[in-house]
Design a binder for this molecule. Structure first.
Ligand code: AVJ
Length: 320
């Protein structure tokens, strides 16, 4: 059974994009939030990134799930799987299979900001799991799941190191809000990328085939299409740089030469100096001690911790 609920409408998204563009392109440094990468083309480019040799994140996370999902499901005893950001089909199915196997699962609630993508993904799951009550929710990170009745344990999954796209302050606000809607038997499962050599980190975000560069420039195409802007994506170089102080990868677009861009739908124009960078994403990397402290600071305690032999990536289970 499949139901789709829209908590953000296309009109809400249009307003949010306008406001992000107006604010972000007037900031110093200029910035645009990463959520605007993901139109159909951007989502397809991200899928290609997950298949790149250098982008170890997806592969290692999938292997970790393969090894430990039964244990995770047993620990969660969840009636409902809430997936924040409808993931690649493989990971979702591994979780659903394991949770069904441990006996308790009845409902699957994927949340994603892309309506068409979510509807397709959720319909596929509903077809293959006929006994499952699938409730797809079109929402973004500003929307948290509804609180649950205390009797129904939920597993809230935030995989793919998506948490790393937020600053520590944003993560604190987000995790605290999540904590606020969780019942005493709910647990959260986080997939988090760990700090490692800057060389490997930068390579993961700057592949030789330029797939990540094209993904990064896609945000300019989105603004062009949605707000009638005239960015020339080819005039911007993809930049991925390790920030050793903040411990995140800074992902930016650098203007080759001076650019004058008009954005008629919001009645503004912006100028880029030669070499000026537009910040499009941060991808924070975590340390085991840091994760525990951060989770504790938002009212969680860690109940499970799994990492690969090389210590590249971690799956973390935590409860309120
Ligand atoms: C899966 C959204 C967390 O930060 O690794 C991949 C996005 N950006 N390559 C990440 C991304 C550039 C990705 N997230």
């Amino acid at each position: 059974m499949l139901r789709v609920e829209y908590r953000v409408t296309p009109d809400d998204l249009d307003k949010a994009l306008r406001s992000d563009v107006q604010l972000g392109l007037r900031s110093e440094p200029k910035q645009l939030p990463p959520k605007w990468f993901y139109d159909d083309r951007g989502s397809a480019l991200f899928e290609r990134i997950t298949e790149l040799d250098d982008y170890y994140l997806s592969r290692v996370e999938r292997e970790l799930l393969r090894h430990h999902v039964t244990e995770i499901a047993r620990a969660a005893q969840a009636v409902e799987l809430v997936e924040l950001g409808a993931g690649a089909a493989v990971k979702t199915r591994m979780l659903l299979d394991a949770l069904s196997g441990s006996g308790s699962l009845r409902r699957y609630t994927p949340l994603d900001v892309s309506g068409p993508f979510l509807e397709r993904a959720a319909a596929g799951i509903a077809e293959d799991y006929p006994d499952l009550d699938v409730r797809a929710v079109v929402a973004d990170f500003d929307h948290t799941p509804h609180p649950t009745p205390a009797s129904e344990a939920r597993l809230l999954a935030l995989l793919g190191s998506t948490l790393g796209n937020q600053t520590p302050q944003q993560r604190h606000a987000f995790l605290s809000r999540l904590r606020g809607v969780m019942g005493p038997t709910d647990q959260v499962l986080l997939g988090l990328d760990l700090v490692k050599s800057p060389e490997r980190l930068v390579r993961a975000y700057d592949d030789p085939d330029g797939v990540t560069a094209e993904f990064n420039r896609n945000v300019l195409r989105v603004v062009n299409r949605e707000l009638e802007a005239n960015f020339v994506p080819e005039e911007f170089t993809h930049v991925a740089r390790w920030n050793p102080v903040a411990e995140w990868v800074d992902i930016r677009l650098r203007a080759h030469r001076p650019q004058h861009v008009t954005i008629p739908a919001v009645d503004m124009s912006v100028d880029f100096a030669a070499g000026e960078e537009l910040c499009t994403e941060i991808s924070a990397k975590f340390r085991p001690e840091g994760i525990r402290t951060e989770l504790a600071g938002s009212g969680f305690s860690v109940t499970g911790w799994w990492t690969d032999p090389d210590g590249d990536f971690a799956l973390v289970l935590a409860r309120p």
